[in-house]
Write a protein that binds this ligand. Structure first.
Ligand code: BGC
Length: 757
């Protein structure tokens, strides 16, 4: 596309959130306006206005991409908003472009000048076209936003607020010229990625004075967004809102935020003020309010949940309130970390697209929300960053940390990192399975192939991936708090297993896409890695480093056969029992351990692990009041203190990856064919649950399973979408073929007990 507009920047700095404006008249003599398309983008973030009103409710536009090569452009239909004389306005914030990113304190990683881009194309009744585009005819001026940063927060001075700049005839005293930047518009990329917007409002649950005299507010839910306040107080006085996910010693526990200040500051006008920062976001459940004039009331303050617009498609609920709450925590964790890019955490000085985290969480995400467009968009950046790093998929995408000298690999050898780099192969596969999205495989195929070839280069002569540093089974609960990579699982066993899975998935993708040569190439590689794994790491079913994660990966990824598989399954169950069903896996093993137990005939052990309440376990956090999934099983220690490790977020989705097992095994919904054209309905009760209820909006329609157990047995209501087929597999009963429609089936209790053996 050829653009007429350019990126334009305010010549003066204006404290970081400049306004850009252009007034124009509609050309006359062409009849009525037939259409008016406003294309908008920014180096930074942009809030566009037409004739005094925001153009949309979108936030943090155009979101974060690998700006070096790709900047999203978004379109709005503004035909209804135009008058004879019009004003187009853009408010520009730092966002990811010029704000802080990463833990070094660095900012402006992409560039020093934030800029706006707008091209308004008006088509009249007679076909004539009028264009208004950002160029040197625009002017720039200051705003009421005195500071804005995603990590640190926003400062707004209400005394400076005025909408006059958005009105025709505004006399722009104090306004200045703009510079047309050299930045090319070739990077502008049309995108289907979901926009970011306000998702929900949450009222305070409790407000009180802390022991040290601070005014604290509890919103009852760890969430991502910001606080909106309504306030009236002396002109020039200041109200400050600080944020934290947890309390410690009855005060805000801000240490886990590390260097992120997460503080919004408001200077009052003296009249009725409403403040809501839109150029930052925070991960928080609690707020501290400083400088409030008079007494803070519950109506004065509201939490606003912000995130990417994703359609909720999958549901799950069950009879156990603690497990049910855990599932809600998984959902909240996902909501907070699907904000423009899939992030590790939303609150501290990271909020980065850590690849390993989404590799662990992808299948769960794809069930809960329709993440097809969101992740496909992110995968474009995976390909771009990978190409920049000559085939190596970096730790984070967009790779901001390359700017502070962190290479896309650890140590000397330029090699990928297991689980993290494997996201390049696993995430497209997740989209294929969940949505039958062949395009995800086709678009990412070169990236998938390149990644696995890089893995092949990293193998030693044995065929094992045992070279270089690995994050391994990151955050194994038995690793010391300060050394999250010191896991029980041998990192080379983890790496070889993950690399094997990637090789296999790429071989399968090649077959689906009709790429015979690659199919043969990667099948051969997968065979070689499997043979090496068995030769070097498996001894009569015992896997090197004899820990839960290595068995989980070896079993679920299909590295073991025959007796070895049986022995490994038994050994895994034995280790789980020996640990008293406390969880003993980190990022790599946690998404897979329940499946590994289930497929090797240890369903009861999987349930015991899942239903455990003692630390460390999935449900321990719930018993400690968690409302999101934590980065570590024990981010908060049993005495209520915060884990001393540096990596202690209270909102990390990775360990919530077990929800995928819950959806398939408790809920009973899984895809037999990609995109659920053929569905397996196989709920497997256990763990003392008496009912579970699940549904999924598949590409073919809604599928649901509701089961309950009472004295007479198990009753199951199922719904299969028209156009799909299903296999109904109930405990102790023969498989039944189903077509579209609703059915109710029952299994007597004796049969279920018999099936459990
Ligand atoms: C992030 C993780 C990430 C890890 C890898 C952490 O700082 O929060 O989730 O995957 O680093 O080292």
């Amino acid at each position: 596309m050829t653009w007429h507009a350019h990126f334009i920047a305010s010549q003066e700095e204006f404290d970081g959130a400049p306004l850009l404006r252009r007034e124009f008249e509609l050309e006359e003599g062409h009849g009525a306006v037939r259409s008016a398309d406003l294309a908008v983008s920014a180096l930074g973030i942009v809030e566009p206005y037409v004739n005094g009103e925001p153009v949309s409710q979108d936030l943090l536009t155009p979101g974060w991409t690998s700006y070096e090569w790709r900047i999203r452009v978004v379109h709005y239909d503004v035909a209804d908003r135009l008058a004879q004389v019009n004003v187009l306005g853009l408010a520009i914030g730092n966002g990811w472009y010029r704000g802080r990113l990463g833990w070094t304190g660095a900012r402006a990683l992409y560039g020093n000048r934030i800029a706006g881009f707008a091209e308004l194309t008006i088509t009249f009744e007679d076909g004539a076209v009028q264009r208004i585009a950002t160029d040197d005819t625009w002017t720039s001026g200051p705003s009421a936003v005195l500071a804005n940063d995603l990590y640190d927060g926003q400062t707004i001075d209400a005394r400076l607020r005025s909408d006059d700049w958005l009105r025709p005839g505004f006399s722009s005293a104090g306004w200045g010229a703009v510079d047309v930047l050299d930045e090319t518009t070739d990077k502008l990329s049309e995108s289907q990625a979901p926009r970011v917007s306000r998702q929900q409002e949450v009222a305070p649950q409790r407000m009180w004075t802390s022991p040290s005299g601070k005014t604290l507010v509890d919103f009852g839910q760890n969430l991502v967004g910001w606080v909106r306040v309504r306030v009236r107080g002396p002109v020039g006085s200041e109200v400050v809102i600080r944020h934290a996910e947890v309390l410690e010693n009855e005060e805000l526990g801000t240490r886990p935020l590390r260097s992120a200040h997460a503080e919004d500051r408001y200077i009052l006008s003296g009249g009725d003020d409403v403040f809501e920062p839109t150029m930052t976001f925070h991960g928080f459940r609690y707020a501290e309010v400083i400088g409030w004039p008079g007494e803070l009331g519950t109506d004065d303050i509201t939490a606003v949940v912000v995130g990417s617009d994703l359609e909720r498609i999958g549901t799950f609920s069950c009879s156990d309130p603690v497990l049910d709450r855990f599932h809600q925590n998984v959902v909240w964790g996902m909501r907070g970390n699907f904000l423009s890019v899939p992030t590790d955490c939303p609150q501290r000085d990271e909020r980065l697209g850590w690849t390993g985290d989404i590799a662990a969480f992808g299948p769960t995400a794809a069930y809960l929300y329709d993440v097809d467009a969101f992740l496909k968009d992110w995968l474009l950046d995976v390909s771009l960053e990978q190409a920049h790093h000559e085939g190596i998929v970096p730790f984070v995408v967009p790779d901001a940390i390359k700017y502070f000298g962190i290479p896309p690999h650890h140590g000397d050898g330029a090699a990928p990192t297991a689980l993290w780099s494997d996201a390049a192969a696993w995430v497209p596969w997740d989209l294929w399975e969940a949505y039958g999205d062949r395009d995800a495989l086709a678009t990412q195929f070169d990236s998938m192939v390149w990644h696995v070839r890089k893995v092949r280069e990293a193998l030693s002569a044995t065929g094992l991936w045992d070279t270089g540093y690995q994050f391994g089974d990151w955050l194994d609960p038995d690793a010391p708090p300060e050394a999250p990579d010191k896991a029980k699982a041998d990192p080379s066993v983890v790496a070889t297993a993950c690399g094997y899975r990637s090789a296999l998935l790429v071989a399968k993708a090649a077959a689906i896409l009709g790429k015979d040569a690659e199919h043969a190439e990667f099948e051969e590689l997968a065979d070689r890695m499997k043979a090496a794994f068995n030769e070097h790491y498996v001894n009569e079913g015992i896997v090197r480093s004899d820990s839960t994660t290595v068995y989980s990966l070896a079993i679920v990824f299909g590295l073991l056969d025959g007796d070895d598989l049986r022995v490994a399954g038994d050994r895994l169950a034995e280790l789980a029992a020996q640990a008293g069903y406390r969880i003993s896996t980190g990022f790599a093993g946690t998404p897979f351990i329940a499946d590994a137990l289930t497929v090797t005939g240890h369903l009861d052990d999987a349930y015991r692990l899942l239903m455990e309440h003692e630390n460390p376990s999935w449900l321990y956090s719930v018993t400690m009041g968690a409302t999101t999934v934590w980065e570590r099983f024990d981010s908060m220690l049993p005495d209520g203190s915060i884990n001393p490790g540096e990596m202690t977020s209270f909102n990390h989705y990775a360990l919530g990856g077990v929800a995928d097992w819950m959806h398939r095994t408790i809920g009973g919904i899984s895809a037999l064919e990609p995109g659920y054209s053929r569905i397996l309905l196989a709920p497997r009760p256990g763990g003392g649950l008496t009912w579970a209820s699940s549904s999924l909006q598949t590409p073919h329609g809604r599928v649901s399973v509701d089961w309950r157990i009472d004295a007479s047995g198990m009753t199951v209501d199922v719904e299969v979408p028209d156009g799909a087929t299903a296999v109904l597999r109930l405990p102790g009963a023969d498989d039944r073929e189903l077509t579209g429609g609703r059915r109710t089936e029952s299994v007597p209790l004796a049969v279920i007990d018999g099936a459990r053996g």
